[in-house]
Write a new protein. Sequence first.
Lengths: 396, 396
Amino acid sequence: MWTELLPIGRSSVSGGYRRHAWTGADVDCRAWFEAQARSRGLGFEVDRNGNQWAWLGDPTAGDAVVTGSHLDSVPDGGAFDGPLGVVSSFAALDELHARKAQPTRPLAIVNFGDEEGARFGLACVGSRLAAGQLTPEKARELVDADGVGLPQAMENAGYDPGAIGPDPERLARIGAFVELHVEQGRSLDLTGDAIGIASSIWPHGRWRFDFHGEANHAGTTRLEDRRDPMLSYADTVLAARREARLAGALATFGKVSVEPNGVNAIASLVRGWLDSRAADQETLDRVVAGIEQAAYERGARDGIDVRVTRESFTPVVEFEHALRDEVAKLLGGVVPVLPTGAGHDAGILSASVPTAMLFVRNPTGVSHSPAETAAEEDCLAGVTALADVLEGLACS
Amino acid sequence: MWTELLPIGRSSVSGGYRRHAWTGADVDCRAWFEAQARSRGLGFEVDRNGNQWAWLGDPTAGDAVVTGSHLDSVPDGGAFDGPLGVVSSFAALDELHARKAQPTRPLAIVNFGDEEGARFGLACVGSRLAAGQLTPEKARELVDADGVGLPQAMENAGYDPGAIGPDPERLARIGAFVELHVEQGRSLDLTGDAIGIASSIWPHGRWRFDFHGEANHAGTTRLEDRRDPMLSYADTVLAARREARLAGALATFGKVSVEPNGVNAIASLVRGWLDSRAADQETLDRVVAGIEQAAYERGARDGIDVRVTRESFTPVVEFEHALRDEVAKLLGGVVPVLPTGAGHDAGILSASVPTAMLFVRNPTGVSHSPAETAAEEDCLAGVTALADVLEGLACS
C-alpha cells in the first residue's frame, strides 16, 4: 500500500514530493485512495468540496468515527506529512478486521483536499470549505502562480467546482474525528515516546510584505540615488528572527519573489512571505507587530514603500478535552500530550466536531523536506494506536 | 524609425521591455534592423556570431568606421539602453546624406547580439565571441532559466549556431568603433551637458552566492534546530551595501532564487547574485572579498554551507586616448569626459579596435527600468554629435 503511493509526484532531482492540489500527481494520489477503498469493499464518495471518503457502515447513520489526513504536499515535501495518516487509517481498518472487531458506529477514512496550500497560498482549503471557514466566493478567487484559478484547476482534475461550499449535514453526521500525523518537531524524540496526543495548535498566519522601490542600473546608479527594496527586505528577514527569538515564537521568510530579478538591475519590487506562530494570540500579535515596525522603519530609510497584507490566519485551537482524555485512556494513559505549531485539517474541524490528533515520532524533527523520516516500527506503533482508538470508540 | 521599434517586446503591465536574446521580441528587433538597412540601400549581413551589420561602402576595404550598439534589453528594461545607439546611427547616416558628405572610408552600423546577458547570465556575448573573449565551447554551455541552451535558442530564432567563434578578420577591417549610449547615471545632468565622452569603464563582475541550508517546517522547527539560509543571505545583502559604501564602490543583489520557495517551508537553498563594480581593480577585489567574508562568517553561525562562484568578470577598460581626443576635437573640445560603471560592447571591442563612446544625458539617471528616459532634444543633439564624429573620421 505504502510502496504504491511512494513514487507518485516524487522529484527525481530532490527526492521531494510535489503533490500540489489538483495537479496530475494529486489526481494519481486520489486514484490510489479510491482503489484502496474499493479493494476493501468500503463505500467510496467525493463530497462537494472534492474531499474523498471511504465508508465502513452507513454514512447517513450519524455519530460516525472518522480518521484520515491529506495526500497533497508542500514543494519538495517529505513522504510522511499527510500520507502517513491516510495509509495508517487503511492499515488500522485492516487491523480491526484482523481483530474481528465489530463496529457499532459507522467508520470512515477521509482524504482532505489541498491541506498544504502550496498551490493557491491558503492551507486546508478542503476542510475550511466544508466547515464554512472559507466562503465559496473567496475560494473561487484563489489563483495559482501560473494564473490558473481554483475552479479551473478542479475542473482540469475532473472535479466539479460548481458545488463547493459549507457541508454542515456531513459534519453533523461525524461524532469524532481522529487524525494521525507524523510529528513535525522533536518533542517525542526528546521524551523517547513513539506516540503522542495533541493538546493544541498554536495560532498562526501568513503575511505578505511588499517592498516597492525603483528599478535602476546596478552598475551606474550611485548608492545615494537608490531606492533598493532588497535592503529593506533583508533587514526585515533578520528582524523577524530577532522578534521570534525574544518572544519564544516562530517567524520565517521562506518564499520570495523579485521584480525584475535581473543580475544588473536594482529590484523594483521584493515580495516576501512571513509565516509566524506562537503559543498564544497575544505573543503572536506582538511578534508580527514588531516585524512590521522594523519593515516600516527600514523602508523609510531606504525610500521604500512597504505594504503588509495578512493572507491567512488561524486562531489557537484547543482540542476537546473529553475526547483527548478518552483517546489517552484507550492508549493506556501514559502518552505525552503536546502542542504543535503546525496547522492541520483537524484544527479546522475541531470548531465543528470533537477532534483529536495522534503524533508519530519524528527522529530528526525534519518536515516539509525530502529528508523527513519516521522509523518503520514507530509507524507500525501508530497503526496499532489508531486501531486501538478506533476500536475503543466505534466497536463493541 | 523610433516609433516602429517602440512597441516591440514591451510589457503592457510594466511598460518595460523584455527583448531577451533570441526570443521573438529580439527576432522582431532584428527584422527592424534589416529593414532599416535595406530601405537605405546599405549592404546587410549577419556575422558568424549573429551580430547584424549594415554597410555603406565596401566591407572588405578595411579601416572602416563602425558605429552602433545593441537592441536587446534587461527584464523590464527601458526604451533607450541600446536602441538609442542603433537608431542614432541610422539617423546620423541620414544626416551625413543630407549634408552631402562624401565617405572616404567604409562606414557600418552594427547591432551586437545579447549585450545585456538577461537570458543566459553572461553580458556582451555577441561582441565577446567576435573578440575571442568567450570561447565557442563556453558559449555553447550557456543555458537559460528554462533549460534552453544558447545553440538551441539561436537555432529557434533562425540563426546557425554552428559557426560561432572569434572573428579576427572582421575586427581587423575596423579602424574605429564609436558607440553612442544613453548615460546610465546623472553626471551629465549634474554638469548641464547634453553629450559626454567615455573615459573608462569600471572593472565589474557577477558573483553567484549559494547558501545551502536545510528545508524544514516553518511552523514546528525550533529556532535552534534550524539551518535557515535566508538569514545568511539577508545578512550578506546588508554587508554588500556596507562594503560598497565604505569603499565608494557599487554592490547590488538584484536577483534571487529560493528552493523550495514555500511560505511554510524553511528554505533549503537561497541563491543570490552579486553585481559589483569599482573605479579600480584593487578596490573591487577588496569589496568582493569583504562581502564573501561576511557571507562565510554569517553562514558559519547559521549552519549554512556558502559557495561563491564568479560567473563573469570584465577588467577595467581605458578607452584609447588618441581616438577619444579626436572625437572630443570633432565635438568642439568642450565635452565632459566621464567614466561609467556599466559594461558595453565598446568595452569588449576596445581590446581589439580603437574605440570611443558618446553618452547622451539621462535627466533622472534611471536605467534598466521602464522609467528610463531622455529628452528629445538631447537625443537629436546625440545624432548631430555622432554625425559630426562620423563625418570627421570617415568623410572628406
